[in-house]
Design a protein around this ligand. Sequence first.
Ligand code: COA
Length: 177
Amino acid sequence: MNLAILDMTPEQLPAVTAIYADAVLNGTASYELEPPGLEEMTARFNALKDKGYPYLVAVDDTGFVAGFAYGSAFRTRPAYRWLVEDSIYIHASARGRGIGKALLLALLGRCEALGFRQMVAVVGGASEASMAVHRSCGFELAGRLVGTGFKHGQWLDTVLMQKALGEASTTPPDMSF
Ligand SMILES: CC(C)(COP(=O)(O)OP(=O)(O)OC[C@H]1O[C@@H](n2cnc3c(N)ncnc32)[C@H](O)[C@@H]1OP(=O)(O)O)[C@@H](O)C(=O)NCCC(=O)NCCS
């Protein structure tokens, strides 16, 4: 598959909505229980775009959207603003082919260039695949919140992983950020 990693356009939102719906219904990466519809996903996309966060898609040469990744605020209090959380979802038929890693590396590059100093992954259900893709991109374990979600009839641990970006905490941040 010949893949390009691009900024998402509104035309790709239905495909992204479907990938996310499958993950909500069948997985534990997201702690949402009801898949959001196209209108809600569009509102979320616009809110992130307005705040300057990157939202990327992996697309093949037929236009098939194989996955998406975006940055968002970990918490909204202003002193956290140099910390970005990543979210990444690959179409169930396209997993295990390096697409997640390619998307995450692209997202890391974009966030670093924008001036973020740390990225955090909040790994729902302590998923092996999610921890593996983050480890593979240089993230390290930052903590484990035991029994913090309940979905599909089981208690879930939430793993935090972290990667430093750019000058990280070695220099003061850009206060105009
Ligand atoms: C987690 C997810 C994004 C990984 O994407 P992917 O395209 O399947 O992963 P890749 O093929 O890029 O693999 C990246 C690395 O993870 C490893 N990996 C991937 N799936 C794995 C699995 N199920 N178990 C163990 N390792 C796995 C690969 O071996 C590879 O390691 P390497 O770089 O050392 O060779 C994808 O499986 C997915 O969308 N899962 C459901 C949603 C989810 O969990 N999102 C994460 C939210 S934090």
